[in-house]
Design a protein around this ligand. Structure first.
Ligand SMILES: [Ca+2]
Length: 507
């Protein structure tokens, strides 16, 4: 069961509907990360596939998302495909190039952009580059600058981060021997990466998510930044409106994150607000709404002082983290999850959801458990995928209701996500690139003033389980509300009452 347990609940008979206007996803900026294998299986082999995603594009448009990040789609050795053997093909289990082109056409028709995982820190050790390079190195045949010897960091002696490949030959492989690190200083390797990006841009993809960027040159931030800048500039030269978002750094602090922004890619995932840094969850637990606003606003200000063109990417969790839904609040658990979704999906930048978040999908422990099958319906198994074989999550803890079930519950988590995203899309032209200021109207209120051009908004969220009333000293009026309970609060010339767990959009 999704958490409908209501102990000490604010609202013992929570039967109401979210009031959702039909808002287009066009021009919105909520993105959605998909592990294709676990999403929707169109051909009945238990493995999610590209045709399955295409079938569910109407679903994603209905939810309101405007972009998709695909985890790797290329052939590779592991179930997750982060060990690429061919950057120009589609993994057979996911379909064909024709399926991908058909997907892109259908996605564009629904205003949905697409970015691909670009894994260039390393390849598979089965990639032909590595096989050729190893052979040349073994044969002492590395004389030509174009030799694949120089695509990797081969050595005759072992040092830290190097793995053995037989015959006394070692190569740098920071993750494991199946994923040897590319030599990103090599201009021939850079030419290969440029050609890969151009190939997928020409097919119609909108950008890339860069895997493992802090491992490009392990332990050397400056060289990582230099390479990221080369990659970002190269992408923009091919496609000026492309979107490049880098995985890391996995820093807990704003300063750790800002350290990478001199690298000229559009964005770096905001780990401090995710379940790793836990900024949002922690401040909500402590009822420190203003402090959360203060820290988020300060980050936004510092970011734009450093890089006016940069775009933040707030998110809660991804395929490498325990899922958000596993975080438990003692009371009103589902209401707290709704509240946290309201906060991060309305932050400036491009928020990234992880597939299944909208149904409260759980997963923690080994990686396979963090990438478990999406649930479409409790009763209809059409399209249902199987977990990766190594998954060992205790499925008695997993939710059982899927999208179709939650759509029938008017105040479900699913409808909450749809509501928040509809508000996001409606005001995205103000929110996405806004300059933000934190307002201290009450320490328990998360209040942000958004300014973009001559437009402004004030977004006020009550991070507690009780209503809060303040004086309306700023003379704000109500545009919209996101109300996860039956309490709709009030805004008058004198006072503003924000219901528990609720968000007001004011001007
Ligand atoms: Ca399939």
């Amino acid at each position: 069961m999704l958490s409908t347990l209501v102990s000490g609940c604010v609202n013992p008979t929570p039967s109401f509907s979210y009031d959702i206007e039909p808002i287009s996803n066009e021009g919105g900026s909520v993105w959605y990360e998909i592990f294709i294998q676990s999403f929707y299986d169109a051909n009945g082999d238990g493995i999610g596939d590209l045709n399955g995603v295409t079938e569910k594009l109407d679903y994603l448009q209905d939810l309101g998302v405007s972009g998709i990040w695909f985890m790797p789609i290329h052939p590779g050795g592991s179930y997750h495909l982060y060990d690429v053997t061919n950057y120009y093909e589609i993994a057979p289990k996911y379909g064909t190039m024709f399926d991908f082109q058909y997907y892109l056409e259908e996605a564009k028709a629904r205003n949905i952009k697409t970015i691909l995982d670009l894994v260039v820190n390393h390849t598979s050790n089965s990639h032909p580059w590595f096989q050729e390079g190893l052979l040349d190195f073994v044969n002492d045949d590395c004389g030509s600058p174009a030799s694949k010897c120089h695509y990797y960091n081969f050595a005759r002696t072992r040092s830290e981060g190097y793995e053995p490949y037989g015959g006394g030959v070692y190569a740098e492989a920071r993750f494991w021997s199946g994923m040897p690190d590319l030599n990103l200083e090599n201009p021939f390797v850079r030419d290969e990466i440029e050609a890969i990006m151009k190939y997928w841009f020409d097919l119609g993809v909108d950008g890339f998510r860069l895997d493992a960027v802090t491992s490009y040159f392990t332990g050397d931030v400056n060289r990582n930044i230099e390479f990221l800048s080369w990659l970002g500039d190269t992408a923009k030269a091919i496609k000026s409106d492309s979107f490049i978002v880098a995985e890391g750094p996995w820093s807990m602090t704003s300063n750790g994150l800002l350290q990478y922004y001199p690298g000229r890619v559009d964005s770096y995932f905001n780990f401090p607000v995710s379940v790793t840094g836990n900024r949002i969850v922690d401040r909500v637990r402590l009822e420190q709404g203003y402090d959360l606003a203060r820290v988020n606003a300060l980050f936004n200000q510092n970011l734009h002082a450093l890089r006016p063109d940069a775009i933040d990417t707030p998110f809660l969790s991804n395929h490498d983290q325990s899922r958000m839904a596993g975080i438990q609040f003692v009371e009103n658990n589902e209401l707290y999850h709704k509240l946290i979704a309201s906060i991060y999906l309305l932050m400036p930048g491009r928020p990234f959801m992880y597939y299944g978040e909208e149904i409260g999908l759980k997963g923690s422990g080994r990686d396979e458990n963090k990438r478990l099958p999406f649930i479409w319906s409790e009763t209809d198994q059409t399209g249902q995928t199987n977990p990766a074989s190594a998954a060992d999550y205790n499925m008695s803890l997993q939710v059982t209701q899927g999208v179709e079930d939650l759509k029938l519950i008017p105040n479900s988590l699913w409808h909450h996500y749809q509501k928040v995203i509809s508000i996001r899309n409606k005001y995205n032209d103000v929110i996405e690139k806004a300059a933000v200021t934190a307002l201290n109207l009450d320490t328990r209120l998360y209040t942000m003033q958004y300014e973009q051009g001559n437009q402004d908004l004030t977004i006020m969220t009550n991070v507690t389980d009780s209503p809060i009333t303040i004086s309306n000293t700023l003379g704000l009026s109500l545009l919209e509300g996101i109300f996860p309970t039956t309490d709709k609060g009030s805004v008058s010339a004198d006072t503003i009452t924000v219901p528990a767990f609720s968000t007001l959009i004011l001007s």
